[in-house]
Design a protein around this ligand. Structure first.
Ligand SMILES: N[C@@H](CCC(=O)N[C@@H](CS)C(=O)NCC(=O)O)C(=O)O
Length: 204
């Protein structure tokens, strides 16, 4: 299997953390490409990823799987232990619910802010929109406050156990540094959750 990655890009990072926790990083050959050099926009790469994004997982039979969560679902099926997506129907639903909330209401909102506000993103996001940036920033900041309140009452994001939802939040929080925003330093419960993640082997 071959995983297409781009250094520091958060969506492939999500997959890499997921695989690392499973102890299966060596199951894939990692191929790096540069988003800033626009290596993901070549005709050859679009054969693998029609929307010109990383990550892509290419199976040995040539099947291409994009979407970081779908790739994680594939690995969860291949390598069930440790379970990261829920054991029971209830756990599976709660973990998916929170993972989608973190992805849609935080990760993507933050990405919208970053892509529309940061000068380095201008070549990729044409045209950049200050209105979209402001809306993304507002949404991301509002969600993170609600999440902080949730983490005041729960050790982990979903179903009171470590799961993919924590990995998604960890990656999203780290990504915020590109706008010099450090939500886990501003919000106490998020900061305490991050310490728990450190204890699980996630670098500070
Ligand atoms: N929903 C997709 C999003 C993938 C995505 O947006 N990847 C970014 C890197 S983190 C990308 O390839 N960006 C290229 C571009 O914007 O041109 C997933 O979860 O994999």
């Amino acid at each position: 299997m071959k995983l297409y990655h781009s250094p520091k890009a958060p969506n492939p990072e999500r997959v890499v953390h997921f695989l690392r926790v499973k102890g299966k990083l060596d199951a894939v050959e990692v191929s790096e490409l540069s988003i800033m050099e626009q290596e993901h926009r070549t005709a050859e790469y679009r054969e693998l990823s029609p929307f010109a994004q990383v990550p892509v997982l290419v199976l040995d039979d040539g099947t291409c799987i994009t979407e970081s969560r779908a790739i994680c679902t594939y690995f969860e099926g291949l390598y069930p232990e440790p379970n990261l997506m829920g054991e029971t129907p209830k756990e599976k639903a709660l973990i998916e619910m929170w993972d989608r909330r973190v992805e849609l209401m935080f990760f993507i909102q933050f990405a919208t802010w970053f892509r529309n506000a940061h000068p380095a993103m201008a070549p990729l996001e044409q045209p950049q929109s200050p209105e979209a940036a402001a809306k993304g920033e507002r949404n991301a900041k509002s969600f993170v406050k609600r999440l902080d309140a949730h983490l005041g009452e729960h050790e982990f994001v979903a179903a009171d156990r470590f799961s993919i939802a924590d990995i998604t939040l960890y990656v999203a929080c780290g990504f915020c540094a590109v706008m010099r925003w450090f939500p886990h330093k501003e919000l106490e419960n998020l900061g305490a959750w991050r310490e728990r993640m450190k204890a699980l082997g996630f670098a500070g």
